[in-house]
Design a protein around this ligand. Structure first.
Ligand code: NAP
Length: 336
């Protein structure tokens, strides 16, 4: 079986985590080259896995020994690297966001179609989480009838001071935006943000929590609470209600402790632990798909759609009104 030689651009937090994953957990792949804007960081990370540290991301893409590229640099650099990987005819896994503007996402969509086959996958890892996959199986099997509503929550204990109100959509809700489209196999057609009384446990500049409402083309309605200073833990919820039943995302398996007249269990404190297994599965499946030249994961189109809907959500936060979302016609290339 051919091993996939991977080049990684951006060796910050998630870049290092994905390098460790590919090196230690993914069968049939190894990291052979890395680059970072900070060359010392790149050298250190490269030496840990016996890869080459190259001066720039473009050098990683151009390196003949690199079969496929992972982009984990800062969001505003994603479009440039993804377009360069397509131009080089190499598969590219890009962490979210695919690009920071819908226009740049469309440039990627167009370049990939010109290339003629799928090369791009976006890092929406919830599609690889065991609980979300069970949820999708139940919905797809028709076990709850036609889905009518979804109630979702995305809570973080705290966020750093640099986090601003638009990031609730751009950085946080973008995961639910993708998940909801995937679970219901339907498109979001409008977004609205309502703002309850803000928590006192927040920075002055931040609107938190935010209550987001989405409408699907088929008429289902979604509510999503984004609360990034909830204090108590990282808590992800999703319940889908259909015509004949309801199905909820299970809490990840953790032990239950019975003592002192109580039953207790833990709540994860961050997304790194909550979705660790989903990240493992995501990269393992990506490597297999690259080897078979048959990508099936979240596409450049999904990255584009998420970007348009996240922009509409930010717009509604500003205006308070309902913002209709208008996607281009989905090309056949992406199953349109
Ligand atoms: P990070 O720790 O800041 O890492 C980004 C790295 O890229 C840093 O080392 C940064 O260097 C470097 N970099 C910046 N510009 C570059 C360039 N032009 N070429 C090469 N390297 C460059 O951020 P992170 O938390 O790892 O996040 C990286 C990306 O992953 C973001 O897009 C983020 O949204 C995404 N992400 C996704 C998830 C998920 O749940 N799927 C989770 C976390 C992060 P400096 O620090 O010197 O700028």
């Amino acid at each position: 079986m051919r091993s996939v030689s991977v080049g990684v651009i951006g060796t910050g937090w998630i870049g290092q985590d994905h390098i460790r994953r590919i090196t230690e957990r993914v069968v049939g792949a190894r990291v052979v080259a890395v680059a970072d804007i900070d060359p010392e960081r790149a050298k250190q990370v490269a030496s840990d896995v016996e890869a080459r540290a190259l001066p720039t991301g473009q050098d990683v893409i151009d390196a003949p020994e690199v079969d496929a590229v992972v982009v984990t640099s800062w969001g505003p650099t994603h479009a440039e690297y993804v377009l360069a990987a397509i131009a080089a005819g190499k598969h590219v896994f890009c962490e979210k966001p695919l690009a920071t503007t819908a226009e740049d996402c469309l440039r990627i969509v167009e370049a990939e179609q010109v290339h003629g086959r799928r090369l791009v996958q976006v890092g929406f890892m919830r599609r690889y989480d065991a609980g979300y996959r069970q949820l999708k199986q139940v919905i797809d099997a028709g076990d709850i009838g036609t889905p009518l509503m979804m109630h979702c929550a995305h809570r973080n204990p705290t966020v750093p001071e640099g986090y601003h109100s638009a990031m609730a959509a751009q950085d946080t809700a973008i995961h639910e935006i993708d998940t909801v489209r995937w679970l219901l196999d339907d498109e979001i057609v409008s977004a609205q943000v309502l703002t309850p009384r803000s928590t006192s446990n927040k920075f002055e500049h931040l609107t938190d929590p935010q209550f987001m409402l989405f409408e699907m083309a088929g008429g289902a309605r979604i509510d999503l609470e984004v609360f990034v200073n909830c204090q108590y833990g990282y808590d992800i919820r999703c319940e889908t209600v259909g015509e004949t039943g309801a199905v909820s995302l299970p809490d990840p398996a953790q032990v239950w402790l019975r003592d002192a007249g109580q039953v207790r269990t833990g709540v994860y404190q961050d997304w790194k632990d909550r979705f660790a297994e989903a990240f493992d599965v995501e990269l393992a499946e990506w490597v297999r798909a690259v080897r078979d030249d048959a990508l099936t994961g979240p596409s450049a189109w999904d990255g584009y759609a998420a970007s348009v809907i996240s922009d509409a959500t930010v717009e509604s936060l500003r205006t308070g009104g309902v913002v209709n979302t208008q996607l281009k016609d989905r090309p056949e290339f992406y199953g349109g």
